[in-house]
Design a binder for this molecule. Sequence first.
Ligand SMILES: [Zn+2]
Ligand SMILES: [Zn+2]
Length: 77
Amino acid sequence: MARCEVCGNDYGMSFEVHAQGAVHVFDCFACAIHRMAPICEHCRVQIIGQGVEVDGNWYCGGHCARAEGKVGIVDRV
Ligand SMILES: [Zn+2]
Ligand SMILES: [Zn+2]
């Protein structure tokens, strides 16, 4: 069985996440979120749902992107 790359737990129900050509192995979603979730550049919250990417920076929503001076951003619905 695969071993979680975050906590090292060797768990039978582990799962793989394929992202950007790499394969990550986790035992639970909490570990996957810890490893995979980008951080909002403005409020530092972990982005679990849909984020907004502007110029390579991630924001949790359009309001944070605008707060950082990124104009013209519309939330993806
Ligand atoms: Zn884990
Ligand atoms: Zn934010």
